[in-house]
Ligand binder design. Structure first.
Ligand code: GAL
Length: 443
């Protein structure tokens, strides 16, 4: 397998997110985000860590963009911190926030790296959370104001746009389970935020389309390849179907004009009370591409006493299979299966793998890190992606998660996904073998 096999127009990249790398959480007029607040609460994050400093990308972006350049990665995906631009969420624009992203974009272009902007990667302005955040329907207006501002300020140089990062995760973990910011729980919070995020997903796309002369617009979905734990057990099959509707279908289907998958997910029936006339038309939008973020396979078991779904994910460690620090099974076929599944939807034009990568323990020895597990992980997943591509799947790109070891949300700094190692004491970056492998592959 080599780069050419994927074609000359294939987008090779690396993905990051503002809160996970930037640090400088109060610099130059930035307002607080829900992650700034949530990460300070006791026992929410591994070892009570937070993103106050993270990779100090705010000050070290030049070094990191040069790393991308050195690694010969032609596309860089990063997100905009909403509260850097709108410290209060809406209203007054903070010019210094705009200036920062202008510097990032300009340096990308100077280095011949194409910038890909994710508009929302989970760090909602705290001021908007005080008004209910994603549970408040007004977020459709707040988000529209933010998107409009970004396209107006950056659209002269940026044509690649990603509206939301994994809405299932930020609504599920943030508004249902309470394990991510803002730490809310309960079905009502969840359902309200699902509907408003789905509305914003389409509204964001429409705004970009209307303001930008030649945009390439997408949005991303977490996608787990699911199988029943016991393939002979009908109940495990039913459970898998429900979990699939929740994890893999809940956001893409309304976007594609298919409505919510309520037939397979009756616990969400109450969503109807949040749906206003015309919503189900406004909720769909023709994206240029669908971003899939694929890491693993999950096995699903029927568990009668489990509330809501009567289903559980059987963790990889309990199954004694090869897994990462996240307890995610290493199962390269998942990427092939994800593409094959999503391309069956009629309105999906192009697919980009906007995240794929692995967290393993890294050992820094003699200033080198031989992270062969990560290298194998990437290589094996790419092989499976190529298989799908050769069979005719319309896959247009692949982005590794991530550049530098960063703040992995509730897991803190423990899982290391980077192609580049970070020493948190000194902020020193060291390219890992997987980084060199990616460079050589791309060369
Ligand atoms: C994704 C998320 C990223 C990163 C990655 C690895 O769900 O979009 O921000 O955290 O998982 O954990």
């Amino acid at each position: 397998m080599n780069r050419k096999d994927f074609g000359d127009d294939f987008f090779w990249g690396v993905s990051t997110a503002a809160y996970q790398i930037e640090g400088s959480i109060t610099a130059d007029g930035k307002g607080p985000s829900i992650w700034d607040v949530f990460s300070k609460k006791k026992n929410k994050i591994f070892n009570n860590q937070n993103g106050d400093i993270a990779c100090d990308f705010y000050n070290k972006f030049t070094q990191d963009l040069y790393l991308i350049y050195e690694l010969k990665i032609p596309n860089f995906r990063f997100s905009i911190s909403w509260s850097r631009i709108f410290p209060n969420g809406t209203g007054q624009i903070n010019q210094q926030g705009i200036d920062f992203y202008n510097r990032v974009i300009d340096l990308c272009l100077e280095l011949n790296i194409e910038p890909w902007i994710t508009l929302y990667h989970w760090d909602l302005p705290e001021k908007l959370q005080e008004k209910g955040g994603w549970t408040n329907r007004d977020i459709i207006n707040w988000f529209s104001e933010f998107v409009t501002c970004c396209v107006k300020h950056f659209g002269d140089r940026v044509s690649k746009w990603i509206v939301l990062n994994e809405p299932m995760v930020f609504t599920g973990a943030g508004y249902f389970l309470g394990v991510h910011a803002p730490g809310l729980r309960g079905l009502n919070n969840f359902i309200a935020s699902v509907h408003h995020a789905a509305m914003c997903q389409a509204a964001g796309g429409r705004i970009i389309r209307s303001l930008h002369p030649n945009p390439y617009i997408g949005t991303t979905f977490s996608h787990s390849y699911l199988e029943p734990y016991n393939t002979d057990n009908v109940k495990d099959h039913h459970a898998t179907k429900k979990v699939d509707a929740l994890l893999n279908r809940l956001f893409i289907e309304p976007l594609l004009g298919l409505g919510y998958p309520l037939a397979d997910l009756s616990i969400l029936n109450r969503i109807e009370k949040f749906i206003k006339p015309n919503d189900m038309e406004l909720i769909s939008f023709k994206m240029d591409f669908i971003g899939l973020q694929v890491y693993t396979r999950e096995l699903i078991k029927y568990v009668p006493f489990q509330p809501f779904l009567q289903a559980n994910i059987v963790k990889a460690s309990q199954r004694f299979v090869h897994h990462t620090i996240m307890d995610w099974e290493v199962h390269p076929d998942c990427i092939y299966k994800a593409v094959k599944k999503i391309e069956q939807y009629e309105n999906v034009k192009e697919i980009i793998i906007t995240e794929n990568g692995a967290a393993f323990d890294d050992d820094l020895k003699d200033k080198r890190i031989f992270d062969l597990l990560r290298k194998d992980y990437l290589q094996n997943h790419l092989n499976k992606l190529l298989k799908a591509k050769k069979e005719g799947s319309n896959i247009k790109g692949y982005f590794v998660w991530t550049l530098v070891d960063n703040f992995e949300w509730a897991e803190g700094y423990k899982p290391k996904f980077g192609l580049v190692h970070l020493d948190h004491q000194t902020q020193k970056r060291t390219i890992k073998e997987s980084g060199f492998w990616y460079r050589d592959f791309l060369s």
